[in-house]
Ligand binder design. Structure first.
Ligand code: PLP
Length: 385
């Protein structure tokens, strides 16, 4: 089985797993237990993890709130900001890009449905690029929150977050950047760029599932979603997930050290796979912004060939996914590809391939052959049926 679905989740780095194991056994304490040394050890481990996260994203350790992952971070950022505005008697207006992950999109749509916010969706072009002039217009119109992701989870397009943060600062607009797919792959400078809120999930960069963080600039007002023991300055109550946090920290430490080299190697393998597939598969289309995409992303379509038929043939040998959401098992047309205004047969024939640091060149060559053969077989079956 060759794993090429790294946008969905990544295997945990064994060095990270060792740290998680330590936190579950020897270092098992409750970081809020201030009455004994076992609690102190856990607290120190949390502090160390915060340092590694802060270092990777260029933030202060004090800015970090641990969560169960990006979905929760995004909900806290959006709903927490909106609740605060409502408490002040404001009816908030949110602008978001059309290609945001469902965690952002559906949170905003639910608030709109409840008539709690007004929404403006910022369109993208056929490569999923956003129009910065339009984004600036939205900011100038007096919005209360802007949501733009750092990199797209389907076509891998990387967004100009530094420029966007600069624009929002000019108009004093709070800015949420969903960096789930970008962290550990492209540099992010939270403080220097002036980002207000940033979400991340450990399992997207070789850390464990079910843990993440929201990085929030000091002074940005947020209302909590969860009430309880008042942990994390009352913003996210609940006993800290020590194994997860330690794993997240270690994953960040390793990315800071190894990201550049790993991503360069991953990019070379992706380019090799793209070349092989283009040679072997007549009519293959590469989607997205080839000048500006994540090193591990390869999003392709074989127009006129349903992606489900291809997946059905390769699923026991190759882990790749259809162009639809990485978040659910529900088969729905991808809102990202639709927002890119791609032809119906491109959308229906789309396949998302995600490479990571554990892929070997032998796997890449084998994957290209498996995929090319499967596509040939589907084509032949369609002709005879
Ligand atoms: N945002 C993006 C861009 C993602 O790719 C994902 C992962 O599916 C999420 C948010 C949600 O992350 P999680 O499922 O870890 O909460």
């Amino acid at each position: 089985m060759i794993y090429l679905d790294y946008h969905s989740t990544t295997p945990v780095d064994r060095r990270v797993a060792q740290k998680v194991m330590w936190a579950m056994t020897d270092g098992f304490g409750n970081a809020s237990s201030t009455d004994h040394e076992i609690g102190d050890v856990a607290e120190a481990a949390v502090k160390e993890a915060k340092g590694h996260i802060a270092n990777l994203v260029g933030a202060s350790p004090r800015d970090i709130i641990f969560t169960s992952g990006s979905t929760e971070s995004i909900n806290l950022a959006i709903r927490g900001t909106i609740q605060h505005l409502e408490n002040k008697g404001i009816h908030p207006h949110i602008a978001l890009s059309a290609v945001e992950h469902k965690a952002v999109l559906d949170t905003c749509l639910a608030l709109e449905e409840q008539e709690r916010v007004k929404l403006s969706i910022l369109p993208v072009n056929t490569q999923a690029r956003i129009d910065l002039a339009q984004l600036e217009q939205a900011c100038a119109s007096g919005i209360h929150l802007l949501c733009v992701m750092a990199a797209n989870n389907e076509v891998g397009t990387i967004y100009p977050i530094e420029k966007i943060a600069h624009i929002v600062q000019t108009y004093n607009v709070p800015f949420l950047c969903d960096a789930s797919q970008a962290i550990g792959k492209v540099p992010i400078h939270f403080q220097d760029w002036g980002i207000i809120m940033l979400s991340l999930s450990a399992h997207k960069f070789y850390g464990p599932q079910g843990v993440g963080a929201l990085v929030v600039k000091r002074g940005h007002p947020l209302e909590p979603l969860l009430y309880g023991g008042g942990h994390q300055r009352g913003l996210r109550s609940g006993t800290l997930n020590l194994p997860g946090i330690v794993g997240l920290g270690e994953a960040c430490r390793l990315r800071a050290l190894e990201m550049e080299e790993d991503e360069r190697a991953i990019g070379k393998k992706r380019d090799r796979l793209q070349k092989l597939l283009t040679e072997k598969i007549p009519g293959l289309v590469v989607n997205g912004d080839q000048e500006n995409r994540l090193a591990g992303n390869l999003h392709i379509s074989i127009p006129g060939l349903p992606n489900s038929a291809v997946i059905a043939r390769v699923r026991h040998q190759l882990a790749i996914s259809t162009g639809s959401a990485c978040s659910s098992s529900v088969e729905a047309p991808s809102h990202v590809l639709r927002a890119m205004n791609l032809d119906e047969d491109i959308v229906e024939g789309s396949l998302r391939i995600g490479l990571g640091k554990f892929n070997t060149i032998a796997e890449i060559e084998a994957a290209a052959s498996i995929l090319a053969q499967a596509i040939q077989a589907v084509r032949e079956a369609m002709v005879t049926s």
